[in-house]
Design a protein around this ligand. Structure first.
Ligand code: MV4
Length: 447
């Protein structure tokens, strides 16, 4: 087992990783930018190394600074958390070259899923259902128009280097094709330095369902069921839940097996997530694979009773998994509490937290790095807490979530709490029958 893990991240996930390391008897090294001097991950780690100024490129994204910190402190592994360097193939390779275990995917695995058109082709070959569309990249407008006419509109073009909805355009008729193509190409080129596009049939109002998997170094992969992440605004997830209200035990097993097949096709090692779209008829299609731990992993922990960070560390150290799959024993939901003003377009609201009270009680978990007097720096992600609630039914979870949200006091900044309270009372949300388009028609005023 590892003796000392460096955590190449900040905020709640850095704390989350430190907690598990402590339980496993593994020493921890925090790294921090000068903006995070007063952060809890710095205080709770066994050692801490300042790696640069607030701007991420010169601190949390600086490979030389982080490798130096690992060398100086004698860390034998690095946990990248999510975001930052977690899906950076070059970083994963450099760690390997320095003999430091990267707790995440190998460079090859990251590369094979990082290019979306290649990832899709790989999954299709493995027998995972994919959305009908172009074989690989589109070569010309003419080819795109021809294929779209054959499939029928609407279609969607996506950046192969994409993610988060950038470089993506829905096309509803041939007359819109050329402009959409040009816009997507320009946007993708500017955002990713890669303007490759591929085309798919557009699935109207789908659900976003993702399967949690864990693979070991012996080719075994298991799944830990799904998370429903359909409540999103502009490709930012706000609420996640498990089990999904629309997934039957049969569909869960089918999607779980598809995710396992896909992961095995690339010899996947570690914790990963296979994202699917599910259409109105309950048909599912591979969308992308995330080769990292995700923000919303705690809801899976609550319903399966696994510590996913512990599983990541164990498989990275060469421990074999049982290979059993896990289905939810409970219901769980996560609300992302962001320092944003939901009544004003979710505008960021950094600043000092003057008063803080976190909720508690049965079935309530808060993963957060903030405290009374903490100042949220403007340089990073605006998520300041994850409120995770579990219970014996979806109804119980929603009731408990509303209670916990009402107990949550954060003064000095605006947060997404009022939005979540309103959502917990929304008949459409409560019914469980909603799609990824749900928030497009939500009334964010009067919060
Ligand atoms: C789609 C789609 C409909 N049809 N692909 C959004 C982000 C990127 N990962 C893929 N996305 C979508 N791809 C086809 N063929 C609809 C979306 C989409 C979406 C997906 C999941 C969750 C929220 C979404 C919001 C808008 C569009």
């Amino acid at each position: 087992m590892f003796k000392k893990i460096l955590i190449a991240n900040r905020g709640e996930i850095a704390l989350r990783i430190i907690r598990t390391c402590r339980e496993m008897g593994i020493k921890t090294v925090a790294v921090y930018s000068t903006a995070d001097r007063d952060s809890l991950h710095v205080r709770f780690a066994d050692e801490a190394v300042c790696i640069g100024p607030p701007v991420s490129k010169q601190s949390y994204l600086s490979i030389p600074s982080i490798i130096s910190a690992a060398e100086v402190t004698g860390a034998d592994a690095i946990h990248p958390g999510y975001g930052f360097l977690s899906e950076n193939a070059e970083f994963s390779q450099i760690c390997a070259d320095y003999g430091i275990k990267f707790i995440g995917a190998t460079a090859d695995q990251i590369n094979s899923m990082g290019d979306k058109a290649t990832a899709k082709a790989t999954m299709k070959l493995a027998g995972v259902p994919v959305i009908p569309g172009s074989e690989g990249l589109l070569e010309s407008i003419e080819q795109g128009k021809k294929l779209s006419a054959e499939m029928g509109y609407p279609v969607i073009i996506k950046a192969t280097a994409g993610g988060g909805g950038r470089g993506m355009r829905i096309i509803r008729s041939e007359s819109d094709f050329e402009k959409a193509w040009n816009d997507a190409r320009t946007e993708a080129g500017a955002a990713f330095g890669n303007d490759g596009l591929y085309l798919e049939k557009f699935v109207e109002e789908p659900r976003h369902i993702e399967i949690q998997i864990v693979g070991d170094q012996f080719g075994k992969v298991c799944h830990l069921s799904e998370r429903d992440c359909s409540i999103q605004r502009r490709h930012q997830k706000l609420v996640e839940e498990t089990p999904s209200p629309i997934i039957s035990p049969e569909l869960r097993e089918e999607m779980g097996q598809a995710a396992i097949k896909g992961a095995q096709a690339i010899g996947y090692e570690g914790a990963g997530t296979v994202e699917f779209l599910v259409d109105k008829h309950g048909k599912f299609y591979f969308m992308e694979m995330n080769t990292r731990i995700q923000v919303e992993h705690p809801i899976t922990e609550e319903v399966t009773d696994f510590d996913l960070i512990k599983e990541q560390i164990k498989v990275a150290a060469g421990v074999e998994i049982s290979g059993r799959n896990y289905t939810p024993k409970l219901y769980a939901m996560e609300c992302r509490i962001n320092a944003e003003d939901p009544a004003n377009g979710f505008r960021p609201s950094p600043g000092k937290i003057t008063v803080l009270h976190m909720p508690g009680g049965h079935g309530v978990r808060v993963d957060s790095h903030v405290y009374t007097g903490y100042t949220i720096p403007p340089n990073y992600d605006s998520m300041i807490a994850k409120l995770i609630v579990s219970g014996q039914s979806r109804e119980e979870v929603i009731t408990r979530m509303k209670r916990a949200l009402q107990e949550f006091v954060i003064e000095g900044i605006k947060t997404t709490i009022p939005f979540h309270i309103k959502l917990m009372d929304d008949p459409g949300f409560k019914s469980g029958h909603f799609t990824t388009a749900f928030l497009e028609t939500f009334d964010f005023s009067k919060l």
